[in-house]
Write a protein that binds this ligand. Sequence first.
Ligand code: NAD
Ligand code: UGA
Length: 452
Amino acid sequence: MTIKICIIGAGYVGLVSATCLAELGASVTCVDVDAAKIARLSRGELPIYEPRLPDLLDRARASGRLRFAIDPAEAVRDADVVFIAVGTPTRRGDGHADLSHVLAAARQIAPHLRPDALVVTKSTVPVGTTRQLQRLLAASNPGARVASNPEFLREGSAVHDFMHPDRIVFGVDCARDERLLHAVYAPLVTRGTRTVTASIETAELIKYASNAFLATKLSFLSELTELSEATGADIDGVTAGMALDPRIGAQYLAPGPGFGGSCLPKDVKGYLRTAQQHGVSCRVVETVMEANAAHQARMVRKIRGALGGSEAGKTIAVLGLTFKADTDDMRYAPALAILPSLADRGAHLRAHDPQGMREARPWLPPEVTMWPELDTLCDDADCVVVMTEWPQYRHLDLARIATRMNRAVMVDLRNLFDPARMSDLGFAYHGVGRQSRPHGGKSLAAPRAALA
Ligand code: NAD
Ligand code: UGA
């Protein structure tokens, strides 16, 4: 029997989940309040950039197993399982997760659900939210069944992550609900994907704890980059040595300009608010956002130092704007913290991004010019800053770029390039957690103190 699924929310998670579940054989209706988004999706146009999603969407639409709708009443009427995948951003003012979209979605579907439908939170929600939803649904259906099935996909590799997850977490009240969720993911489970079955509250906390832990790892790494620079060590060597210990692991150790994105920052705050509500002190996680902000401020000083101590009147070419490669998502991108600080002090900024320029424009000050022509981005610039690790930047003709810049200075906030090669090409090169090479090319050698 084909399982009938309704997904509420057609954003990064809802859309990817809907498309992938249709690919796995379910009959899926994906609902969103944004009529323009649904109209585009119904025509086969994607509102977001996500690799591999266009082909999968075409296949799902052609198979007849995926459709899009704006009316939740009609969409949930037949559904065996309804996933709620709407946004849970940080609530303005108090740092709690804003549950208004989740609760609104529940109110909209409540009167129209089948009595035996299972309503599942896929959105990241604080512990207790799924129970709150159950109480809300019970007003229309006293036997309302709920479950938690948090999502762990990453933007940029969302389709791969959904189809090949490390684990699938089922937060359920009973064996019947667990069986139903197993059936939804049957093609992945039979392939050997590990599943975790737990209480609803445990499943909700697994998600927050995972993101809070990942953010903690990155803030630790940011501080380690500064320690590496200060001691004459090299971060790549340090992490390579650490990564051989399986208890530490090789993943999530790539230095950068600080973490961003729509989830880690908000979920660290959500985790802390939950802890506070329960009178639990989480001192380690309390410092994570502060360390991330301090790291981003240090990246500003690093760029200033590479420019000889002042960015006023200097032209800075910026490679990449999005919070990571392979996405157009600008939510909490480090560029939004770093570039305005440089613009405030009189820098002229030009920025290129393969997918993010349209999203980025409203968030950046007018001193940042969007520069779609990668070929001329660095012409006459005083410094080029690598902000995002887009793979195409690895293939730039750096020798040509060095000759066309006013000063061949690179601040590589993703350690995309090899310092020795950059020096050979004539660049003054400054990476993250690496020793700077200030003597190459036409660069003004920055005083070491200014590079700190
Ligand atoms: P998003 O902002 O991209 O999409 C949310 C969508 O929900 C929007 O299209 C919005 O119009 C729609 N929506 C809001 N209220 C609605 C309603 N009442 N009915 C129907 N549609 C409604 O959000 P996202 O990035 O997909 O995140 C969704 C949830 O998944 C969040 O809780 C997030 O923390 C979690 N999550 C996100 C990711 C990620 O990589 N983005 C990964 C794992 C988990
Ligand atoms: C993150 C988690 O990795 C997902 O498991 C989770 O599902 C998701 O949040 C969520 O809950 O929304 P995402 O934000 O898409 O996924 O991207 P990540 O790959 O985790 O990167 C987050 C930030 O950390 C980016 O700014 C990235 O550049 C940075 N990062 C990541 C590093 O600086 N170094 C690394 O080694 C890894």
